[in-house]
Design a protein around this ligand. Sequence first.
Ligand SMILES: *Cc1c(COP(=O)(O)O)cnc(C)c1O
Length: 384
Amino acid sequence: MIYLDYAASTPVDPAIIDAMSAAMAAPGNYANPSSTHSEGRQSIDLISAAAERLAALVNTSPDRLIWTSGATESDNLAIFGAATYRQDRGRHLVSMRTEHKAVTDPFATLAKRGFEVTWVDPEPDGRVDLGKLESVLRDDTQLVSIMHVNNETGIIQDIGGIGALCRDRGILYHVDAAQSCGKLPIDLDALPVDLMSMTAHKFYGPKGTGALYIADRKGVHVDPMLFGGGQQRRLRPGTLPTQQIVGFGETAAIAAQRMNQDLAHLRALRDRFWAGIRDLPGLVVNGSLEHGFPGILNVSAEGVEGESLLLALEPLCVATGSACNSKSQEPSYVLRALGRSDELAQSAIRFSFGRPTTDAEIDAAVELYRGAVTRLRQLAPVAA
Ligand SMILES: *Cc1c(COP(=O)(O)O)cnc(C)c1O
């Protein structure tokens, strides 16, 4: 088995597992952080330390972070929360069809509840054209949500440029940074970003642990989606999961330390893989080598059927489209939005690389992919 699906999830670093175990079992650490006794204080201190570490990773202050169960919840809280909070000022929202379902579904739901959603078309490589985006912004636009790194194609959006357009007009800008947090430098103090979703399990941390950044700026606020004990300034109540948050803090600290090294490693792996397959005829990169995050390479092969290709690649753990859509036979909606035909979209394989990936694994993947594409084309020649 060769795991090349790090964009779907990652193994948890053993140092993080140790920190989490200690947070559950060590005397005092397991107390309810909402309690006022000294044991409760101890778990609050653990949580505060974790917030410092995550805040340092994205250069903000720890009191700007709300803990959630993951990027899905952060996206929902940001989108429903901001749209509802600002609905008296206007009901126009803007996003893209290439976003993760955790963003497109909340917008589709809001569209059924009396909001108007404009979907900006991506350029062929998946990036948004700032002029096109600007042309759909209106006086009643309240929220724009466009992600940082796309989970299927790896394309990197210009979040600084998008945010600047929004800020000039008093529009809130939300970024789904599930694929970039801990992998690319993010400076929230400098960026015109109002809301940002993060999740630990995409960068070697535990599942079920996320955060939402909320900028300290007039007009930036979200209505809560959950109601209960009043924790986290009532924005997201519920007993804080100390061990999850400690794990997220450790994840952030390791990522901050390793970011340059990780990026160089991913770039070398991606380039090695691409160099190994690029001479095959009829390959189409979904995304862009130039503007893409090097941890993801999404390739279609003309004249090859996707499900057969996935089967032929059996020892490789890869994805067709995103993990969430792999189970359906439908071609990826993200690739369709980029203008790919059904056939081409169906043959797409997302290879994603990670810290543990080795050159030997890349070489084996190259052999498997070359063999599979060549064999399938001989078996069932389809007019390209
Ligand atoms: C994985 C992912 C999510 C969902 O995150 P969870 O923490 O698994 O809920 C949302 N958006 C993007 C871009 C992702 O890659």
